[in-house]
Design a protein around this ligand. Structure first.
Ligand code: PBG
Length: 329
């Protein structure tokens, strides 16, 4: 390097200069806020490990959604806590399921037209055992069945599209679900509904707080026979290839911060719109540090989001969406 002729610090001297040469930007329209919808009325129950995040009854969810719309957020990702759970997750695909009801209500509210409503498609919140698919048991041995799960997942996606979801987002990691969902959507007259596949989803300890929020912890075993091994980047690319071949319109990578290299690799290989999910544990660990005064909340939050954008994500699903949009306003 030809120091002193080249001095990289010249472009860092003032905020105006730094702003001019900034390579990565955040904007509220590329942030998606997750909502956890529960039965009842007037319910706003905070999740103990996720400060500022709530289980919301539909009436409260509408208020939350209106706040998100006025902050200019891009969309909402909906999860449901059904009043009852069973072996075949009937609450996931029921016409009057909790998320289906929420979608119908949200879609009537003109103030929410600027938000894209994304329905998470999975069975784990609706099964009595908490697994993302159908369980076959044989004595002590159990197996999460692929193909019978896919049939229910496709049915769930079609039901959510019918209720008004703008996008369906399968997060179960069964093989062949994207193709089955595409077929079920088309058969139901929803050929314009995009599929955003959680193409690369790892079996992660960072989902811990979500399982409290969505009451979806597996009652036995774990998710490692369907979600990916955290060690495998090449396999993540195969998952993405497969989902694109099956008809995925957009990709979602998850978790975000512990897997930034996977996001970067996917960005370089694929041209589809791609988001990343900054998951519950990423949010909780930062909040735990904020509470102790160990990290500066605003700067750390924005830096965490910037790192995900810089890795290559077009949009971010994050529990910080509202807080970040306030900073960006
Ligand atoms: C459902 C689902 C999970 C998350 C999103 N969709 C939980 C899981 O796979 O166990 C996690 C999101 C988060 O941790 O914020 N399968």
């Amino acid at each position: 390097m030809n120091f002193p002729a080249t001095r990289l610090r010249r472009l860092r001297r003032t905020e105006a200069m730094r702003s001019l040469v900034r390579e990565t930007h955040l904007h509220p329209g590329a942030l998606i806020y997750p909502l956890f919808i529960c039965p009842g009325e007037g319910i706003r129950k905070e999740i103990s490990s996720m400060p500022g995040v709530f289980n919301l009854s539909i009436d409260e969810a509408v208020k939350e959604a209106e706040a998100c719309a006025s902050l200019g957020l891009g969309g909402l990702l909906l999860f449901g806590l059904p009043s009852e759970k069973d072996e075949e997750a009937s609450g996931a695909w029921a016409d009057d399921g909790i998320v289906q009801q929420a979608l119908r209500t949200l879609k009537k509210d003109k103030a929410l037209d600027s938000l894209v409503t994304i329905a998470d498609v999975c069975l784990c919140e609706y099964t009595s055992h908490g697994h993302c698919g159908v369980v076959a048991r044989d004595g002590d041995h159990y197996e999460i069945q692929n193909d019978s799960s896919v049939a229910l997942i496709a049915k769930t996606a079609a039901s959510l599209a019918k209720a008004g979801a703008d996008i369906v987002a399968p997060s179960d990691m069964m093989d062949g679900r994207v193709e089955a969902i595409r077929e079920a959507l088309d058969a139901g007259g929803h050929e314009q509904t995009p599929v955003m596949s959680y193409a690369s989803k790892f079996a992660s300890a960072f989902y811990g707080p979500f399982r409290e929020a969505a009451d979806s912890a597996p009652q036995f075993g774990d998710r490692r026979s369907y979600q990916m091994d955290g060690a495998n980047l090449r396999e993540a690319m195969r998952e993405i290839d497969q989902d694109i071949a099956e008809g995925a319109d957009m990709l979602l990578m998850k978790p975000a911060m512990p897997y930034l290299d996977v996001i970067r690799a996917a960005r370089e290989l694929y041209d589809l719109p791609m988001g990343a999910y900054q998951v519950s544990g990423e949010y909780s660990m930062l909040h735990a540090a904020f509470q102790r005064g160990w990290l500066e909340p605003e700067r750390t939050m924005m830096e965490s989001l910037l790192s995900i954008r810089r890795a290559g994500a077009d949009f971010i699903v994050t529990y910080f969406a509202k807080d970040a949009a306030k900073v960006l306003a």
